[in-house]
Unconditional design. Sequence first.
Length: 559
Amino acid sequence: PPPRFVIILHRFESRGEGVNIPLLRRIEPSQEGEGEVIVAGWVRECRPWGRGGMPMFFLEVGMGQFMSEGGISVWKMSPLFQGIGFAAIVVCNWLNVYYIVIIAWALWNTEACVSFSGETNHSFIQELKDNNILPKDSVVEFWDNRVLQITDGVGTLGTMVWPLFGTLIFSWVCTYFAIWKGVKVTGKIMYFTATFPYVMLTALLVRGATLPGASEGIRFYLEPKWEKILDYQVWNDAGTQVFYSYAVALGGMIALGSYNKFNNNFVSQCAILCVCNSCTSLFAGFGIFSILGFMSYQLELPMEQVAEAGPGLAFIAYPKAMASMPLAPLWSALFFCMILMVGLDSQFVQVESVVTAIVDLFPDYLRVGRRREVLVGAVCLIDFAIGCTMVTQGGMYVFQIFDSFSASGIILLTICFCECMVIAWVYGAKRFSDNVNMMLGHAINPYFTICWKFITPTLTLSMVIFALIFQSALTYNKTYVYPVWAQCMGWLLVFGSLVWIPGFTFYKFFQYPGTFREKWIASTPPILKAHHLRPQDWEENSDLPYKKTMTMDPLTEDA
């Protein structure tokens, strides 16, 4: 089987690519104007990267490796706050529901995707112009009316779009058979799904750089707009992007870290992966924007109008650009193959994270026979049933609600804040540093302890506050404003995830008798096994939970 380091690399890079490539979601240059994208990019790489994203990445992988537990049961480190794990897994599952729809879109095809210029009814087109009906781009028309068959609003879901329904089924079937046997099989599949996108990105960059107008696209990508550097929205978007692309607060890094050997040097590996993720995002930008520059040159339009935000970049702007390239069908096919590989790669491990968390909650029951395979099937089936709403005629509106709320920056940043506060101040930053020392044989850089205790909580909390204060109404395509009830549904997704944190804490806390202090003392100590204990822990009170839960002789237990 592939080494665990490789699987974590695949997961890390797939999350970075899956959301950013081809810069689909969080980097949206057309919203703010030319150059802001790179300002956000450099802000992201310099400050939230080192003070928020990277420390959180280290923290989650370290927690998983130390406890050898999934995203929920890892909180035996502080049982009172196990609700953080439940919240993260709920968010991850919502992400599974809507993320795979992108794969279904990329799989969609039709026998009508051929040139039909010789069969075009030119008289009909002329008649439309004579009647002063505003023209609409044919690519947009095809995407909206043929692929999505989109309705006029979220209140009208319409009927099922059967071709997308079929591709959604196929995507879930692929996901099931990729993970049903566990991470060993998944890791082997990822050798291909994680490396193929790099080959494609390189090919697109080389081809794009030779096209006229490519330099203009790259200039648009690299040229900063320094007046935006003091804009809170740039900082907030950049910080949110870091946490999102690193897949923290989703339970995935904890789950994959749990498969590491106890003494694996995860710190150096995580440092390499963090750099790889950032470099991949920047590298992808050159390939994407060089071809968008060619499109701008061909259409004689400014880059601001070409570089669309959101799914339109992958499914409208980029295919339109490649349609005017030599060997257009080949490049289009390769591009969508890249989208598929990146999407499936991410989906595999996101579902694996949910399954691992559930299995680790009930190990004695779910690790027997084929029960894990049945669980994988149940998770896939339930998520598929929910996702069917997104392949209806009004499904894009539902997709936007999930995309904007279910795994939003507010949720991820709140979970990160809670994780840092609990590990640093309840479990103890010093204790966790000692745990890392036990695993690695040397102490971790004190900088990370400072980040976990002060810098990262401050950064995440401030971004949550800014996001709440300046939250704007949800729109689709910059024209359709969602009704209040639909936006309330989105906020229910946020509440449904975060409510686990205070809800479980209060439930657990009031199970214990006594005063507030006695409840706190009884509910917060970690539940550890013998090999988790530091030398000083053996000298502490024998009534602590980790002494009660030891099931093996500490001198013979295999660490």
